[in-house]
Design a protein around this ligand. Structure first.
Ligand code: FCB
Length: 484
């Protein structure tokens, strides 16, 4: 850790800092056949044997579709000032095309009204991985048409909610959609084709650009449009030239493939060179890079753990340990000669190392790379094996320590000059953790999957106090950023 242990001095965040929590539609809503909703790629994938732990799926999830009022009341009790959720495209445009289904939009109108009535600022993510299955059947993200369909969908949702939602996020973690969905296949739709993965990445970028323009054409100018990236903090295992080169290559595939066109108007030359044996990038058409580089109002950063890599001779044997699920297919096209390493230190239930210095490093990278762009931490949190005790309480001191360390890192970045305006804890409540099913609990609220009862964990009470005071308590022995 680069922070030194500090005395137990509490630190104050800027007064307007947003204290939020995040979720996504397929992970919490359930009600998959209601209101004309049709299957998304995650419905299909999770119902395909062998794709998720225990065959878990989101048919019921945590039934938020029916319990949203109670959930918003809980958010208010927990003192949240912001809430990030996603819209299910299949509820709004069941075939991924054509006119909107009002019943679907009405659910989100009611949810937003409920949030506003409780003084909670909504942040809408348009796409959190649940492509309508019909669009996948027509080719999915590797095909250009999907980007055009996304722009149409963005315009529909923007028109319906743009008068009351100010914060918009086009895509959540397009890296996962492209490289886990079409490369390693551990996410829906489960394809394992490196060319499809790179094509998907480009069309996701294009979808962001076209979607941003569509939103701006129907919404008041005060609204902010952003994208949430899971930008990786890539560290070389050693300072050897080979390891440094491996780290640069993975940085291009994890970050440059999105930062390049979004922030700088071009794919990095080093990325194009390193993937030239895989693809010729001929699907990047004239005008695409201009369409993608829309001025962003803010950037969302999702951070969990750093990535450590080294160079190897030839392809490593067996499944990869890169923290994104086991597959013998790589999510890193053209990088078979790179090995991924578990970093030393304490781990969460996902096996991810707890390292808040990575969050500080990530934020400061953007201060350099995109000066003046407001930042939000749109996801950060940890899974632990939380259990309800005999007294009906859930004590999760590890999560409190994780949040404390990471919020201290955010604070330190603010002190170092970063314009970070809010933090969305992943997640409000335990939910369907994709290929891991319900086995991994990320919530600050525990959910009993038998009764669907919600029980705030001790971390929720801790976070409420942080949100109420806007101040992070000092804890002896825990590295804390200096006071502003
Ligand atoms: C992120 C996803 C989110 C959740 C967390 C743990 O990659 O955006 O839905 O699964 O990881």
């Amino acid at each position: 850790m680069s922070q030194s242990a500090q005395p137990a001095t509490p630190v104050a965040f800027p007064p307007a800092f947003l204290w939020g929590a995040a979720t996504s539609a397929y992970q919490i809503e359930g009600a998959v056949r209601e209101g004309g909703r049709t299957p998304s790629i995650w419905d299909t994938f999770s119902h395909t044997p062998g794709k998720t732990a225990d065959g878990d799926h989101g048919d019921i999830a945590v039934d938020h579709y029916h319990r949203y009022r109670e959930d918003v009341a809980l958010m208010a009790e927990l003192g949240l000032t912001a809430y990030r959720f996603s819209v299910s495209w299949s509820r709004v445009q069941p075939t991924g095309r054509g006119p909107a289904v009002q019943v679907g939009l009405d659910f989100y109108r009611r949810l937003v009204d409920e949030l506003l009535a409780h003084g909670i600022k909504p942040a809408v993510t348009l796409y959190h991985w649940d492509l309508p299955q019909e669009l996948e059947d027509s080719g999915g993200w590797p095909e250009r048409d999907t980007a055009l369909r996304f722009a149409e969908y963005a315009g529909i949702v923007g028109e319906a909610l743009g008068d009351r939602v100010e914060q918009w996020i086009t895509l959540n973690e397009p890296w996962c959609s492209a490289f886990l969905g079409y490369g390693s296949g551990v996410h829906a739709p489960g394809r394992t084709d490196p060319v499809a993965a790179l094509r998907a990445a480009h069309h996701l970028n294009l979808a962001h650009g076209l979607g941003t323009s569509a939103l701006r054409s129907v919404m008041p100018a005060r609204n902010q449009v952003a994208i949430s990236l899971n930008s990786s903090v890539v560290r070389p295992l050693s300072q050897s030239p080979a390891d440094l080169a491996a780290a640069r290559r993975i940085d291009d595939l994890a970050n440059g493939v999105f930062h390049g066109p979004l922030l700088h108007g071009a794919y990095p030359a080093t990325l194009l060179a390193a993937t030239s044996t895989v693809t010729d990038w001929s699907y990047v058409l004239d005008g695409d890079l201009r369409a993608i580089r829309q001025p962003l109002d803010a950037l969302g950063l999702n951070y969990y753990t750093p990535t450590v890599v080294s160079a190897v001779d030839g392809a490593p044997d067996g499944p990869r340990a890169d923290g994104h699920g086991a597959s013998s297919f790589s999510p890193w096209p053209g990088a078979d000669d790179v090995a991924f390493h578990q970093t030393p230190g304490e781990r969460t239930e996902m096996g991810w190392t707890v390292d808040p210095t990575g969050l500080h490093e990530l934020i400061m990278r953007y201060v350099q790379e995109a000066p003046r762009l407001p930042l939000y931490i749109t996801e950060n949190g940890a899974a632990y094996e939380d259990k309800v005790d005999a007294g009906g309480q859930v004590h999760d001191p590890e999560r409190i320590a994780y949040l404390h360390g990471h919020l201290a890192a955010v604070h330190r970045a603010i002190t170092d000059g970063a314009d970070v305006r809010g933090y969305y804890l992943w997640s409000l409540m335990d939910n369907f953790e994709w290929a891991y099913g319900y086995a991994k609990r990320f919530g600050m609220v525990h959910v009993d999957y038998g009764t669907l009862e919600r029980t705030p964990k001790s971390s929720a009470r801790w976070y409420r106090e942080v949100a109420r005071t806007g101040t992070l308590p000092g804890v002896p022995g825990v590295p804390v950023a200096p006071a502003v």
